[in-house]
Design a protein around this ligand. Structure first.
Ligand SMILES: [Zn+2]
Ligand SMILES: [Zn+2]
Length: 562
């Protein structure tokens, strides 16, 4: 008997094959979406098929409906079988190896009959790859490296590329009656900017059922390993998910163990030992686990052994870390005036719908011409439009700019213009490779400019793509503390800048923060959660966040004119 997950799995396989073949991406994606929709159906799939109502489900068009009905009633899909025949066996697995595309996989299959990673490894070891045309020494080495990375699964992925999947799986598991509690754990729960895999912890008396539920999840393409209480699987996008199942009584301690960094957990173990006990005594919740050790509760984002244990012992750990609910204003938002996708009104309405009391419209300044920086004329036009939109919406619109920090540290737009704005974000977008001394000078000079400014995506890093600027951070932070300035925690999941260790150094100087989305679309407004958790990783408290203030207080605090 075929079930929902089998149908979803077949759809997903079709989508993956189509994508590999380089077919229209939208068509390939439609199958992926279809698979997700089928998985999450509330109604019985059989009923929908029998009553020919599949197309009434959002996300399922006529073509997809026909495929679903075919799989449901025959257990097969002609399209899938055709694709399987066209493409080499093992192609889905091989395509996960970094550096191997469809063309190479096809060549390897035709020439050497390679039908999976194991066969590829054997061929490499026997030195047979060189027999294939175009597989020179360089390509062979690349493939070997790719296999090694694939096997060690040590490729870290950005938080943003793991968290949606992890949350979807968590919901998938939670919907099963055998799951009493489900939590994300590991570096994902600490909101690290990159993670090596997604850890999930489940409380259950029936681990076999929970593990089966995970393995049957349609996006699982490979079960790497599993035993009675643990399973490691790989998803179609390469992400590894590690599931741990424990009895309910052991859930809190297991969650503490699985969440903290190894160093943090080792410190807890040492404290427990010193007290003549163990970390693994059952507890009601995590708070109790910490309390028993004589520690204040440590929020997951802080569990890195970067001073939190000492602070939890002597009672100096901040209890009022900023939360998502504290944020009252959406800062650093782009619109169609520069390189954003939505209009001022659309952004304003979206922010309002999220419960925000204000939004800052901060498009790029003219120096950022590649991003459609706003010239003076257009800036005045924008003010008019802001005034018009303001009459239509409740959320308060603040006129701002993301002004480029120029090469010498001056800000773009004349001071007289900047002073007419409600808020100025100052960011570097060009000449990022200056040496340390020059960059430090540039930033210090920028911070000392007379207008109040919020230092945007401070060190310019792009996670896994671009390192932070070379500069003497402490010196720049000193300048921020002495000047009319605050620092942004940028929630763009590719930036997450300022990094926590520098945020802590800034806090120590009494510097204030703004938690921003850097939204270039309505969808980007949900970057806010990344910003908030990054701020928490830097121990930032509610009272240190300017956009946790009311609109009036915020406007007063960041007013560019002195
Ligand atoms: Zn920017
Ligand atoms: Zn921006």
């Amino acid at each position: 008997m075929i079930d929902k997950s089998a149908v979803a799995r077949a759809l997903r396989e079709i989508g993956l094959y189509l994508e590999l073949k380089g077919e229209n991406r939208f068509r390939a994606r439609a199958y992926e979406t279809g698979a997700r929709v089928v998985e999450e159906l509330r109604e019985e799939l059989g009923t929908l098929v029998d009553e020919e109502r599949l197309t009434s489900v959002p996300g399922i068009g006529p073509a997809l409906a026909a495929t679903i009905a075919e799989i449901w009633s025959t257990g097969r899909s002609q399209q899938l079988e055709r694709l399987q025949k066209e493409l080499p066996p093992g192609v889905l697995e091989l395509a996960e190896v970094p550096g191997l595309g469809l063309k190479k996989i096809q060549q390897l299959w035709t020439a050497l009959g390679i039908d999976g990673v194991d066969a590829l490894k054997r061929a490499c070891a026997a030195g047979r790859l060189g027999e294939v045309k175009g597989f020179g020494a360089k390509t062979q080495q690349k493939i070997l490296d790719g296999i090694e990375r694939w096997e060690r699964r040590d490729e870290r992925v950005r938080l943003v590329d793991a968290i949606d999947d992890a949350e979807a799986i968590s919901a998938h598991l939670a919907a099963h009656p055998a799951c009493k509690r489900v939590e994300l754990a590991g570096s994902l729960r600490r909101w690290r900017e990159t993670v090596s895999d997604a850890d999930l912890l489940v409380a259950s008396d029936d681990p076999a059922a929970v593990i089966k539920r995970l393995i049957n999840y349609a996006r699982v393409t490979r079960v790497v390993d599993h035993d009675e209480r643990r399973a490691l699987v790989r998803l179609s996008n390469g992400l590894h998910v590690e599931l741990h199942v424990v009895p309910e009584a052991g859930f809190a301690t297991a969650l503490v163990r699985l969440t903290g960094s190894p160093a943090h957990v080792a410190r807890l173990e040492a404290i427990a030992r010193d007290k003549g006990g163990s970390l693994d005594v059952p507890a009601r919740d995590e708070r109790e686990v910490y309390a028993r050790l004589g520690l204040a509760y440590v929020a997951p984002e802080l569990r890195e052994d970067r001073g939190e244990i000492e602070a939890a012992l002597d009672g100096t750990l901040p209890e009022d870390l900023v939360t998502l609910a504290d944020i009252r204003g959406m800062t650093h938002c782009h619109t169609v005036y520069s390189d954003g996708k939505a209009t001022i009104e659309e952004m304003a309405r979206a922010a309002e719908a999220m419960g925000m009391e204000y939004i800052t419209i901060t498009d790029h300044s003219p120096a950022a011409h590649y991003a459609g920086g706003v010239t003076l004329d257009r800036l005045k036009q924008q003010w008019d439009e802001i005034a018009r939109v303001q009459e239509q919406v409740k959320v308060r619109l603040l006129r701002g700019t993301e002004s480029d920090i120029l090469e010498d540290g001056a800000l773009d737009y004349p001071d007289a213009v900047l002073e007419k704005l409600d808020v100025v974000i100052a960011s570097i977008h060009s000449r990022m490779k200056m040496d340390e001394a020059a960059m430090t000078r540039r930033l210090v000079n920028a911070m000392r400019q007379p207008v109040f400014k919020i230092w945007g995506h401070a060190l310019g890093r792009l996670i896994m793509r671009r390192d932070p600027f070379a500069c003497r951070v402490e010196e720049v932070l000193d300048a921020v503390a002495e000047s009319r300035a605050a620092i942004e925690i940028n929630g763009d999941p590719y930036r997450l800048d300022l990094a926590p260790e520098h945020a802590q150094a800034a806090r120590a100087r009494g510097i204030k923060f703004v938690i921003s989305t850097d939204a270039h679309s309505i969808g980007n407004l949900s970057n806010l959660r990344f910003g908030v958790h990054t701020a928490r990783r830097g121990w930032i408290r509610r009272g240190e966040v300017l956009n946790a203030l009311s609109a009036d207080e915020f406007a007063r605090a960041v007013r560019p004119a002195s």
